[in-house]
Write a protein that binds this ligand. Structure first.
Ligand code: PEP
Length: 269
């Protein structure tokens, strides 16, 4: 399905679009949403759906054999044990999860998750064969203060410190907090600036940084996806609200497919 001739694939960066359902869905509406998503594929990009924990078995059943992968929105920083209410990475692996989001800004702010805790979650995810999608991003006040770069580098550096060269196995999602669920989107140029800073930071830690996928998240929709994906260091998206509507999410996946096939005209290094 993926043309071996396009530059993006050559660089090993197949676009990735991940839906973050957050705490939404019902067993009935999930089946409808996933059936519609399956019907609109296949895509020339990797597509994944991160659902609430209780729906993992249903989602796995709905997506089996579709080429669409699935994952969770968080995991514990501990191995199984006496941690009431927590879910261990090894349990997610049992349900066939490919990805797990860690360090989403809602977890960092609502559950006081620190940079080191997020790094520990990423470490356990990798230890159990999952790909952690590590979220970083600044508040509006931090952007206005001119500290965006310092904030995202601090967040990522905790992960690099913990994982060392294995950091090449993660996916990074740059999600400016002021753009999440607000309808505000970083301009493609604003997002690209941060993505290139992150890739340079990763390059200092791993020779494989050029192969790593860096996602943008923050009010991505069918209208803005293509221009975002045309940026040289934006390799896909983490999508919240629009992932709950099959038509909108499929349109974003199609935009990523076009990027994979080089129809945006970009040439990746
Ligand atoms: C998110 O939750 O990660 C997100 C980017 O949400 P939204 O697309 O709704 O802004």
């Amino acid at each position: 399905m993926v043309s071996p001739m396009n530059a993006q694939v050559t660089a090993g960066r197949l676009p990735l679009v991940v839906g973050n359902w957050k705490m939404n869905g019902t067993r009935v509406t999930n089946v409808e949403l996933l059936a519609a998503l399956r019907a609109s594929g296949p895509f020339d990009a990797e597509v994944s759906v991160c659902c609430p924990f209780p729906y993992l078995a249903d989602v796995a059943m709905s997506l089996q054999g579709s080429g669409i992968t699935w994952g969770a929105q968080d995991c514990s920083q501990h191995e199984p044990g006496a941690y009431t209410g927590e879910v261990a990475a090894v349990m997610l692996a049992e349900f066939g999860c490919r990805h797990v989001i860690v360090g989403h800004s809602e977890r960092r702010s609502q559950h006081a998750e620190s940079d080191t805790l997020v790094a520990e979650k990423a470490r356990l995810a990798l230890a159990h064969g999952l790909t952690p999608i590590v979220c970083v991003g600044e508040t509006l006040a931090e952007r206005d203060d001119g500290t965006t770069e310092g904030v995202v580098k601090r967040q990522l550096s905790a992960v690099i410190h913990t994982l060392g060269h294995c950091v090449s196995q993660i996916v990074v999602a740059y999600e400016p907090i002021w753009a999440i669920g607000t309808g505000l989107t970083a301009s493609p140029q604003q997002a690209q600036v941060v993505h290139s800073v992150l890739r340079a930071q990763l390059a200092a830690a791993s020779t494989r940084a050029i192969e790593m996928r860096l996602l943008y998240g923050g009010s991505v929709n069918a209208g803005n996806a293509q221009e975002l994906f045309a940026q040289p260091d934006i390799d896909g998206a983490l999508v919240g609200g629009a992932s709950l509507k099959a038509a909108d999410f499929s349109a974003i996946c199609r935009a990523a497919s076009h990027a994979a096939l080089g129809s945006t005209g970009k040439s990746r290094t």
